[in-house]
Design a protein around this ligand. Structure first.
Ligand SMILES: Nc1nc2c(c(=O)[nH]1)N[C@H]1C(S)=C(S)[C@@H](COP(=O)(O)OP(=O)(O)OC[C@H]3O[C@@H](n4cnc5c(=O)[nH]c(N)nc54)[C@H](O)[C@@H]3O)O[C@H]1N2
Ligand SMILES: Nc1nc2c(c(=O)[nH]1)N[C@H]1C(S)=C(S)[C@@H](COP(=O)(O)OP(=O)(O)OC[C@H]3O[C@@H](n4cnc5c(=O)[nH]c(N)nc54)[C@H](O)[C@@H]3O)O[C@H]1N2
Ligand code: SF4
Ligand SMILES: [Mo]
Length: 745
């Protein structure tokens, strides 16, 4: 038997070992420590960075070899996000730099949109083109008719640019396509969101409940390390997933729930806690509001009731409720991260928030800690003028609970027949591949055809660049400065990213791009420093540090101002909610016309011969952004479709056979996908990893490899509370012979 730690350990050359091991709980042992690397060569220089391969933003060191070429990246020992270890994707980030298919120079479209015929342009020409179109849109429709879609480090510069220009229509896919519902659910319950990195105190937990969160395939670094530590210390893991995930393999209890029925399970757990008096009575009395109403609400939601819906045995539901209560308050019912599943996601994650409140885990060791965040001052710049119209004015009355800008609302407002209150006519798209990140591709493409301007800023020739009027090549994170990382954590900390080398080709850093464009728009005063390093040095000097100091340490960690990581015993906490209490019953939701307590409402079932399409992550890739990375395609270069053996038998499918998937609306996957027959998936669903099936020929390594889940998501279950795009309401069947596709191939 392998030792418990083995599953998490990455050996030397971690990523390679990972690929061979097949099973794996993905591991976060970087292949060497900085000290060892130095010992290998005397001439190595190291520069500080934080990783951009995913949004955990681990801080690390970039080493160059004797020829001065980027050679490897390792974790920074001081960093709370990674504790000195990078995951395989972070290690493989070098491939982002070396990828020969990168965008190399600005491009301007010369034929119809989408035909992908461009001419090379100088930066100056490209900026003049964009500025002139932006000004025309502003004159005709108002500044708010330009929207920014952005993800990643450059967001802050383009946000400044947009606000200075007069538009607040700035959306990130990490809201309505990812964690928006859970952050809103926790905000409306505890008055606080769960942030990134999540404030889950996993390292000290005694019971971790994962509802769909597939930690181990979801490679968020510190979280995996803490889960490994918790397992070593004997914590119980309970995993609820229709698929036997990597985490399920490490769990004491695997609950193979019928997909889409999680709210029923959560309500029955709440029932069990309340009616057996397993809940934290003192905590609830002191801190919570609406307990009696909750108790009445869940009266009939017994495990037997939930069994009929979830297919989970009542005894299993009872036992797991007891396990949580026994561990409380050192228990975490994980809020999840990508939670836009079925359109009732705010309510599902509200049920999770309520469970945590009943268990008294919020503010307690082994539950959720209080985060602390370092701040550096912004350089004085002119005030922004408040835009006359906001995104919420586009479709009045929609999404009353939303606390972020809903990207899909901006897309819908770009389609005239939707009758938005004012039109969106221009998109600036930075670091997000909207074609593959937003479900319902036909809708996104329709919106694009109605635009007067589409600018795509990216490092790779991804799908969205093919539809752009102007493509701007940003250099990779290894070739630039960026804003200081100041994420909340147990201790406040800052991390520096600086260039390890000059940008390749004619690519440029985001700060430079935003500043130059601002210049063309007469908005220079919002970017007072010519170079970002001057700004960073100024900011750091305000807090008694300097750029030179940060270059040496990479990370600067501060002590907390108070010893308040957890609530003190009997502490009188005023929660930042309307009532100052934890709101089990949400009068605010009620006031907005939504259920004040979560309810289970059944979802549509797959039609005969169809299976629910579910999806997730592969440990060695991040969405589609690594699909062409030479180091990571070496480890995994296509996705597979997981099919239960019973289903495979009915269809006569065999392992490794290529098939096409067809969804309920008749959409057939553009490329075939390899069959993987496995007991690890329920018979009523199929599973695939997101981020494959790229249709851009310019990305030579990933073009046509595997299938795209997004293409098959023509049905979107929009969360009426906050606009999140539920993506799991699509069903697929199998196309074994595809004469049309074969004929054309
Ligand atoms: N079908 C489906 N859709 C999903 C998901 C899913 O699982 N399935 N997941 C959802 C989730 S959880 C999220 S968070 C979103 C993520 O959505 P996105 O952030 O849009 O994800 P990516 O596809 O990785 O696109 C990122 C883009 O940024 C580019 N890029 C990488 N580094 C840089 C850089 O340094 N500068 C610039 N300018 N560009 C860079 C990449 O080349 C890529 O084109 O997708 C959501 N959409
Ligand atoms: N390696 C890697 N790690 C990543 C990322 C990446 O691209 N690559 N992306 C990061 C980002 S931005 C995010 S948001 C996270 C997302 O990662 P998580 O938040 O952990 O996962 P989800 O995408 O919500 O859920 C995927 C799991 O849900 C299960 N599932 C499907 N339907 C249901 C259902 O109805 N009920 C239940 N209980 N489970 C269901 C699937 O089988 C799968 O195991 O991962 C992060 N970490
Ligand atoms: S978890 Fe991995 S990919 Fe994400 S930031 Fe950390 S090292 Fe990079
Ligand atoms: Mo996400």
């Amino acid at each position: 038997m392998t030792n418990r730690r083995d599953f998490i350990r990455i050996s030397a050359y971690g990523a390679g070992a990972l690929a061979m091991s097949g099973g794996f709980f993905q591991a976060v042992k970087a292949f060497s420590s900085p000290e060892k690397a130095v010992a290998l060569s005397v001439d190595l220089t190291r520069t500080a960075t934080y990783c951009e391969v995913c949004f955990w933003k681990c801080a690390g060191w970039v080493y160059k070899n004797e020829e001065g070429k980027i050679w490897k990246i390792v974790g920074n020992d001081e960093d709370q996000h990674c504790n000195g270890r990078f995951c395989p994707r972070g290690t493989g980030g070098i491939g982002n730099y070396y990828d020969e298919d990168r965008l190399k120079t600005p491009l301007i479209r010369v034929e119809d949109r989408g035909k992908q015929v461009f001419r090379e342009a100088s930066w100056d020409e490209a900026f003049n083109y964009i500025a002139s179109r932006m000004n025309t849109i502003k004159e005709k429709y108002g500044a708010e008719s330009i929207a920014l879609f952005t993800h990643g480090s450059g967001s802050s510069y383009y946000t400044t640019l947009m606000k200075a220009f007069g538009s607040g229509n700035i959306a990130e896919p990490s809201y309505a396509q990812c964690r928006g519902p859970r952050d809103d659910a926790f905000l409306w319950t505890f008055g606080e969101e769960v942030y990134s990195p999540e404030i889950t105190d996993i390292r000290d937990t005694r019971c971790l409940v994962l509802i769909g969160s597939h930690i181990g395939e979801n490679m968020h670094n510190g979280q995996i390390q803490e889960m490994s530590d918790a397992i070593d210390k004997g914590a119980t893991i309970i995993t609820v997933d229709p698929r036997y995930s990597t985490a399920a393999g490490k769990s004491k209890y695997w609950l193979p729930i019928k997909p889409s029925t999680d709210i029923a399970l959560l309500l029955s757990w709440i029932h069990e806690l309340i009616y057996n008096e397993y809940y934290d009575i003192k905590y609830v009395e002191k801190y919570c509001l609406g307990f009696e109403k909750l108790k009445e609400h869940v009266k009939d939601y017994t495990p037997e009731w939930a069994y009929g819906i979830t297919t989970l045995a009542p005894d299993l539901i009872r036992k797991t409720a007891r396990e949580m209560a026994d561990a409380a308050p050192a228990v975490i019912v994980h809020p999840g991260r990508h939670v836009t599943w079925y359109g009732d996601d705010t309510q599902r994650t509200r049920a999770i928030a309520i469970l945590n409140a009943l268990l008294g885990s919020w503010g307690r060791r082994g539950g959720f800690y209080r985060p602390a965040k370092a701040t550096v001052p912004g350089y004085p710049a002119p005030e922004f003028t408040e835009p006359a119209r906001l995104w919420g004015d586009l479709f009045p009355g929609l999404y009353g609970v939303a606390t972020g800008v809903v990207s899909n609302a901006l897309i819908d407002a770009s389609i005239p027949e939707n009758n938005p209150a004012y039109p969106v006519k221009g998109w600036i798209v930075n670091g997000t591949n909207l074609i593959n990140s937003i479900p319902n591709q036909p809708n996104t493409l329709k919106a694009i055809q109605n635009l007067d301007l589409l600018v795509a800023i990216d490092t790779m020739p991804v799908e969205i660049t093919g539809w752009a009027d102007v493509v701007l090549p940003e250099c990779t994170y290894l070739e630039r400065y960026d804003a200081l990382r100041a994420s909340p954590h147990r201790k406040p900390a800052l991390a520096l990213r600086m260039p390890a080398t000059e940008p390749l080709y004619n690519s440029k850093p985001g700060y430079w791009i935003a500043r130059e464009l601002a210049g063309k728009l007469g908005l220079d005063s919002y970017f007072p420093f010519t170079k970002q390093e001057e700004l960073l040095d100024w900011q750091l000097k305000q807090i008694g540090s300097s750029l030179d100091e940060m270059k040496k340490t990479g990370v600067k960690t501060f002590e907390r101002e108070a010893d308040d990581l957890y609530f003190a015993p009997e502490e009188n906490v005023v929660f930042p909610t309307d009532s100052g209490k934890i709101e089990l019953y949400s009068a605010a939701f009620e006031g907005l016309g939504f259920d004040p307590l979560p309810r289970y409402v059944p979802h549509e079932e797959p039609p005969e011969g169809f299976y629910r399409l579910i999806y997730g992550r592969a440990p060695m890739h991040t969405f589609g952004r690594t699909a062409n990375n030479p180091n990571l395609t070496d480890l995994m270069d296509e996705n597979t479709v997981w099919i239960n053996p019973k289903v495979a038998k009915i269809w006569g499918l065999v392992n490794d056979q290529y098939i096409w998937l067809q969804n309920q609306d008749g959409v057939i996957s553009e490329f075939p996908i390899r069959v993987r027959i496995t007991e690890r998936i329920r018979w009523d669903a199929v599973y695939m990893v997101h981020g494959f099936g790229h249709a851009q020929k310019q990305m030579q390594r990933c073009y046509g490899r595997g299938a795209s889940d997004t293409q098959l998501m023509t049905k979107v279950l929009v969360d009426p509370l906050m606009g999140g795009t539920g993506m799991r309401g699509n069903f697929v069947t199998f196309v074994i012979e595809n004469t049309e596709k074969e004929a054309s191939s």
